[in-house]
Design a protein around this ligand. Structure first.
Ligand code: NAP
Length: 521
C-alpha cells in the first residue's frame, strides 16, 4: 500500500507546513520511509472549519445512512487489514498476528456501533405529552432526544495502534453519535494511522457525505494538540495516554473561553487480590496467569495487572515461585518508543527507590529499546508508607505486595487511587473477606473481575473502561463499549412543537420505531 505521508483534511491531501518525520522501527532502531507531514494551527483550523461545515448535515443523517457509513468503514478496514497489521508491526514492534486481531476488532467495533445506531436507543427519547387541563397550571408537550455535541478531537493512543487509534473505539463512537471527527494521529505509528484514515475517508466519500466528516492531522510536539483543544469549533476531546498529557489537555480545555468536556483515559495499576483459600489451592496457577497477562504488549497495556496483593501464608511461596519462574523465562521485547522505554526505566528506578526489591528479571535487553521483564516485591507496611509504589509503570514490570493479614489487605485496597479494573481470586471460603473488599473496590474502580484477569476487554453493552481519577477524568463514562457513545451526546428538549417540525424520532407515529419512554414508562 502506497503511503504519501500527507495530512488528510477532509478530501484534501495536504503536504507538510511544519517539517516532516519518519517512523521509527523500535526493533531495529532504523527509520522507515516515507516522510510524514507535520502541520500546525493552520491545518487544525482548516480541519475544524470542514468539520463544523459538515456537522449540520452529518448529525441529521438518517439512522440508516449513518449505520451504512459505519459498515462501509468496517468493510474498508477488512480490505486493508493485512497491510495495516504489517505496517503497524514495523512501527510498533508488536506482533503482526496480534495486530491482525486488532484490525478485526476495530472493524467489529464499527459494525457494533452501526447496530447501536439502527436500534436508536442511544437517542434516549422521552415524551411527556401536554396536559392542558392540569392544575394549577397546564403542562406543554415536552419531548427529549440526545444530539451530538459537535466536532470532536480524538487523540489516538500509542499502544494499541489500531483499536485505540485512528479507527479505534473513540472514532467509531463519535461518528455513531453523529459527531464529525478530527483525529490527532500518534507519531509512534504514522503509516498505520494513514492507512486507517484512508479507509475512513474513502467510506465518507463513497457514502456521499460532506468531506469534513473526518480529518486526520499530525504535528510535532504539543503545539498541534494544543491548537486542536483550543479551537473554538471543537466541542469535545477524547484522549488515551499518560496522566501528565491527559491532565495538561484537560486543564487547557477548562481554561478556554468556552470550556468543553475532555474524556481522558490515563493511568491504572489494575490491582489483583488473591484471597486466602484461592491462594492455598491455586497460588502457583494464579501467579503464572498473572505474569502471562502482565507481559501482553510488553506490559504496554492500560489493563496490565501491575500489582498483586496476597497474604503471607499457605500458597504464598508457590505463588511467588511461579511468578519468578515466568518472569525469568520472558524474552526482552522492543517497547513502542524511546520515550516510553525511557519512562519505563525511570519508573523501575522509582519503585526501587521507594523500597521495592527486584526478585526476578527476564532475558536481558539485546536492542536499544528492549524492555526487560521485572518482578519486584515489597511488604504491605512499606507499600502503605510510600505512595510511589502505587504509581503506574508502563512496561513489563509487576509488584508483588506481601501483606500480613486481612486487615492489611483491606488497608492496601483503601490506599489505591482510581483504577480501570481490579480483580479478586477467590473460593467459596473467601466470600466473607470478598464482601468486605468489594465496597472498597467499587469506590475505586470501573470494573471488578472475579477469578480472571481484566485483560482483554470485551466491547459490549455492559463494558466499562474508565474509573475514578486518574483512570479517567470523568468516571461517569466509559471509553470502550456501546455506552461510550454517551460521551458525545447531550439532551435537547423540544417543547410545544407541532408534529411536522419535530425530529423524526419524536413524532407521534414514531416512524423510526425507536424505543421511547412516555411519562417515564
Ligand atoms: P502521551 O505521551 O500522553 O501522548 C498521547 C498523545 O497526546 C500523543 O499524541 C501526544 O503527542 C499528545 N500529548 C501528550 N501530552 C500533550 C500535551 N501536553 N499537549 C498536547 N498534546 C499532548 O502517551 P503515550 O505516548 O501513549 O505514552 C504512554 C503513556 O500513556 C504511558 O505512560 C501510559 O501510562 C499511558 N497510557 C495509558 C493508557 C490507558 O488506557 N490508560 C493507554 C495507553 C497509554 P506527542 O506524541 O506529539 O507528544
Amino acid at each position: 500500500m502506497k503511503l504519501t505521508g500527507n495530512l488528510l483534511l477532509g478530501a484534501n491531501e495536504v503536504p507538510a507546513s511544519a517539517g516532516t518525520m519518519k517512523a521509527l522501527n523500535p526493533a531495529t532502531h532504523q527509520l522507515i520511509e516515507p516522510d510524514f507531514a507535520f502541520g500546525g494551527a493552520v491545518e487544525v483550523d482548516r480541519a475544524a472549519q470542514l468539520a463544523d461545515a459538515a456537522f449540520d448535515h452529518y448529525s441529521h443523517t438518517s439512522l440508516a445512512e449513518r449505520a451504512a457509513l459505519l459498515e462501509r468503514i468496517a468493510d474498508n478496514l477488512d480490505v486493508v487489514a493485512q497491510p495495516l497489521a504489517a505496517r503497524a508491526a514495523l512501527e510498533t514492534g508488536l506482533l503482526e498476528a496480534q495486530l491482525l486481531g486488532e484490525a478485526a476488532k476495530a472493524a467489529t467495533q464499527f459494525r457494533q456501533f452501526a447496530e447501536v445506531v439502527r436500534r436508536g436507543r442511544f437517542l434516549q427519547v422521552a415524551i411527556d405529552p401536554a396536559q392542558p387541563e392540569r392544575q394549577p397550571r397546564p403542562r406543554m408537550d415536552h419531548r427529549l432526544q440526545s444530539i451530538a455535541l459537535g466536532p470532536v478531537a480524538v487523540f489516538g493512543a500509542s499502544n494499541f495502534p489500531i483499536s485505540y487509534s485512528v479507527a479505534g473505539g473513540d472514532t467509531a463512537a463519535a461518528l455513531a453519535a453523529g459527531a464529525t471527527v478530527i483525529v490527532k494521529a500518534h507519531n509512534a505509528h504514522p503509516g498505520a494511522s494513514e492507512i486507517q484514515a484512508r479507509a475512513i475517508r474513502q467510506a465518507v466519500q463513497d457514502s456521499g457525505l460532506p468531506e469534513g466528516v473526518f480529518s486526520m492531522v499530525r504535528g510535532a510536539g504539543n503545539a498541534i494538540g494544543e491548537a486542536l483543544v483550543d479551537h473554538p469549533l471543537i466541542k469535545a476531546v477524547t484522549f488515551t495516554g499518560s496522566e501528565q498529557g491527559g491532565m495538561a489537555l484537560y486543564r487547557r480545555a477548562q481554561q478556554r473561553p468556552e470550556p468543553i468536556p475532555v474524556f481522558t483515559e490515563m493511568a491504572s495499576v489494575n490491582p489483583t487480590f488473591i484471597l486466602p483459600q484461592a491462594l492455598a489451592e491455586r497460588g502457583a496457577q494464579i501467579g503464572d496467569g498473572f505474569v502471562e497477562r502482565m507481559l501482553v504488549n510488553v506490559g504496554q497495556a492500560c489493563l496490565k495487572p501491575a500489582i498483586l496483593i496476597a497474604i503471607a501464608g499457605p500458597g504464598f511461596d508457590p505463588l511467588r515461585a511461579a511468578m519468578i519462574n515466568r518472569v525469568g523465562m520472558a524474552p526482552a521485547r522492543p517497547m513502542l518508543t524511546p520515550g516510553i522505554h525511557g519512562s519505563y526505566l525511570n519508573g523501575l528506578d522509582k519503585l526501587k527507590g521507594a523500597g521495592a526489591t527486584p526478585v526476578a528479571e527476564g532475558s536481558p535487553a539485546t536492542a536499544a529499546l528492549d524492555g526487560q521483564a521485572t518482578l519486584l516485591e515489597v511488604d504491605g507496611q512499606r507499600f502503605l508508607s510510600e505512595t510511589a509504589l502505587a504509581q503506574e509503570v508502563f512496561g513489563p514490570a509487576a509488584l508483588l505486595v506481601k501483606v500480613e493479614d486481612e486487615a492489611q489487605m483491606l488497608a492496601v485496597a483503601r490506599a489505591l487511587r482510581g483504577q480501570l479494573s481490579a480483580a479478586m481470586h477467590l473460593e467459596e471460603e473467601d466470600l466473607g473477606l470478598a464482601r468486605r473488599l468489594l465496597p472498597i473496590l467499587e469506590r475505586r474502580t470501573g470494573r471488578i473481575v472475579v477469578n480472571a484477569f481484566a485483560h482483554p476487554q470485551e466491547v459490549s453493552f455492559a463494558s466499562v473502561h474508565g474509573g475514578p481519577f486518574p483512570a479517567s477524568s470523568d468516571s461517569r463514562f466509559t471509553s470502550v463499549g456501546m455506552t461510550s457513545i454517551e460521551r458525545f451526546l447531550r439532551p435537547v428538549c423540544y417543547q410545544g412543537f407541532p408534529d411536522a417540525l419535530l425530529p423524526e424520532a419524536l413524532r407521534d407515529s414514531n416512524p423510526l420505531g425507536v424505543p421511547r419512554s412516555v411519562e417515564g414508562r
